[in-house]
Ligand binder design. Structure first.
Ligand SMILES: *Cc1c(COP(=O)(O)O)cnc(C)c1O
Length: 394
């Protein structure tokens, strides 16, 4: 019999009843260090007092009104995003998938309005993840996500991740945009080197097409800059954001330049919930903390501390781990054992980590994680690794 909850998820046998900062607590009091953050969502950890205040304060006044009316909280957050990024304008969504939908529509509309309606094609990369809508799975293109869900939204070309020559060859008179994650998350914490990102920007300029960055997972401070592309010194035309922007409240956004967004006039797109007062009250509170320079400096300092400890962990357990990689607090351990087994060993050691493709274990602690929690987490990872070594030694 089908369960009452549609069985599309493979769930761990864990149920938490409370969250406190970097900790998740089960009903019986068992405390887990949360180095998954709900897949890079809880950027400020669990129940951060500033966002609890923002949420509760807004909840007592007004939750939802619809985008038929002015929403000052939305305008305030858009202004902040615009003054702290490449963007001239922002549309609010409820998720990464919805941000992906708009990014694709926006790129196509831009060329339609520029009398180049043939430019509809978007170049994407293997191993990418852009969400689970029909456009999102077509954009990512993997068999695992698309099989059985056809006919797929047409207009995507898929290239091997990081193969620069293939990109220029793939651009033709029908190309509208390139979409890429500066750091692949689901794909296994695979970094696009700064040089590659610069190269993609140059190609887009040369061929007058749009660069769309998917910063749903790597944005909002995760890599130690507000947005990951800042490290490469380039900017996109359109950017998808979600996950960390609401620190647990469903919120997403598409940021764009005026030129890229020029087709999106009244009536061309909308969302019932997107950017409602409750979501934006939280978004503003999150932004004020995460966008602060000294907060981001701390993220970088803690990230290099964690990275160094992870290198030590890899060196000490060469049969379990192959290498550490990533950027900022978006880190991955490439495993020599099945990542699912490593994850379950982590649960036994009371630390939460998230599996990803390409044999990778993701470590995505809250950006507010403390030095002590980092040390404790690495201790627990050692414990998890030793348990696996013990098993394979039998
Ligand atoms: C999670 C994710 C998405 C999809 O976001 P949802 O909120 O699950 O719809 C899209 N792109 C990237 C890079 C992601 O990590």
């Amino acid at each position: 019999m089908i369960p009452s909850v549609l069985p599309t998820y493979k769930r761990a046998p864990l149920a938490f009843s409370k969250g406190e900062g970097s900790w998740l607590i089960e009903e019986d009091g068992r405390r887990f260090l949360d180095f998954g953050s709900g897949i890079a969502v809880n950027s400020l950890g669990h129940c951060h007092p500033a966002i609890v205040r923002a949420l509760a304060g807004q909840a007592e006044n007004l939750w939802h009104v619809s985008n038929l009316y002015q929403i000052p909280q939305q305008r305030e957050l858009a202004d902040k995003l615009v003054s702290n990024s490449f963007a001239d304008t922002v549309f609010f969504t409820n998720s990464g998938t919805e941000s992906c939908e708009l990014a694709i529509k926006m790129a196509r509309k831009r060329f339609f309005d520029a009398n180049q309606p043939e430019r509809t094609e978007i170049i994407a990369f293997e191993g990418a993840f852009h969400g689970r809508s029909s456009a999102g799975i077509a954009a990512a293109g993997s068999e695992a996500m698309t099989r059985g869900f056809g006919p797929l939204l047409p207009g995507f070309k898929h290239l091997p991740f990081g193969e620069h020559e293939a990109v220029e060859d793939a651009i033709d008179e029908n190309t509208a945009a390139i979409v890429v994650e500066p750091v692949q998350g689901e794909g296994g914490i695979r970094l696009l080197p700064d040089q590659c990102l610069k190269g993609l920007r140059d190609l887009c300029d040369k061929h007058q097409i749009l660069l769309i960055l998917d910063e749903v997972q790597c944005g909002m401070g995760r890599t130690g800059r507000l947005f990951a592309h800042e490290w490469a010194g380039i900017s996109p035309d359109i950017m998808m954001v979600a996950k960390g922007i609401g620190s647990g409240f469903p919120l997403g956004a598409v940021l764009a330049t005026e030129r890229a967004a020029s087709g999106m006039t009244v009536g061309t797109h909308g969302s019932t919930y997107g950017g409602n007062p409750l979501a934006c009250a939280v978004g503003n509170a999150v932004f004020d903390i995460v966008a602060d320079k000294s907060f981001l400096n701390e993220v970088n300092r803690k990230a290099s501390m964690l990275r160094q400890k992870l290198e030590g962990l890899v060196a000490e357990h060469p049969d379990v781990f192959e290498s550490a990689r990533g950027h900022g607090l978006m880190l991955g351990l490439v495993c020599r054992k099945a990542p699912a087994d490593v994850v379950s060993s982590c649960y036994d050691a009371e630390i939460i980590a998230v599996p990803a493709a390409n044999n990778t274990l993701r470590l995505l602690p809250p950006l507010t994680v403390t030095d002590e929690e980092i040390s404790e987490a690495v201790e627990r990872l050692h414990t998890a690794a030793r348990a696996i070594e013990g098993k394979s030694g039998d």
